[in-house]
Write a new protein. Structure first.
Length: 205
């Protein structure tokens, strides 16, 4: 399976995915890393590993149509089977979602459908979780559709919130969970074990 990764940040989830590939857990290869930020740490990770990189920002193009065409061209050239959003802070264009329907996955640092949607990323998520008073948080792998964080859920794992937790401490605990479940979810896609029925996702054993 050829994976195209989209990232905007330092790329810790990419390291976890690469680790799973290196150990043989994940039968896939990353063919391209796309970032909207030219200085994203994820790009440096990809370059060290000799992975093709592409800096694509809508600001670089005269129109949204031209931007989308460029993105689709990169994905086609790299023969992407699955698009993996690993800390990508931009909404995927509708034309790309429609072309890769049920083949785009994201990891979110909370238990969706709670604490998702526009503006719910990074520390904003963990601040909202702590402020709400809930006792459990976690991470969610889900399919990407036309709405932020509303696609069918593929996999979740929880972490306990204790009284001493700050948003920063919670973020560290959730990130560890992300690194555990994201490669496992991608492995299910690579092995053809994902069954999608409407808004339900099943993983065959």
């Amino acid at each position: 399976m050829n994976i195209a990764i989209f990232a905007s940040g330092r790329g810790s989830n990419i390291q976890a995915i690469l680790g799973a590939i290196d150990t043989g857990l994940l039968p896939a290869r990353i063919t391209v890393l796309i970032s909207n930020k030219s200085d994203a740490g994820a790009l440096d990770i990809a370059r060290v590993r000799k992975i093709q990189t592409s800096h694509l920002s809508q600001k670089m193009f005269p129109s949204e149509e031209a931007f989308v065409e460029a993105m689709l061209n990169v994905l086609a050239q790299q023969k992407a089977d699955l698009l993996v959003l690993a800390g990508y802070l931009k909404k995927i264009p509708l034309q790309v979602i429609r072309r890769y329907r049920n083949r785009i996955v994201n990891i979110h640092p909370a238990l969706l459908p709670l604490f998702g949607g526009p503006g719910m990323y990074g520390h904003f998520v963990h601040e909202a979780v702590i402020a709400s008073g809930v006792k459990v948080s976690g991470a969610t792998v889900h399919l990407v559709d036309e709405e932020y964080d509303r696609g069918p859920i593929v996999m979740q794992k929880t972490v306990e919130i204790i009284q001493e937790d700050t948003p920063e401490l919670l973020a560290a605990k959730v990130l560890k969970i992300e690194h555990e479940i994201f490669p496992v979810a991608l492995k299910a896609f690579a092995e053809g074990k994902i069954i999608i029925e409407g808004r339900k996702v099943w993983i065959m054993s």
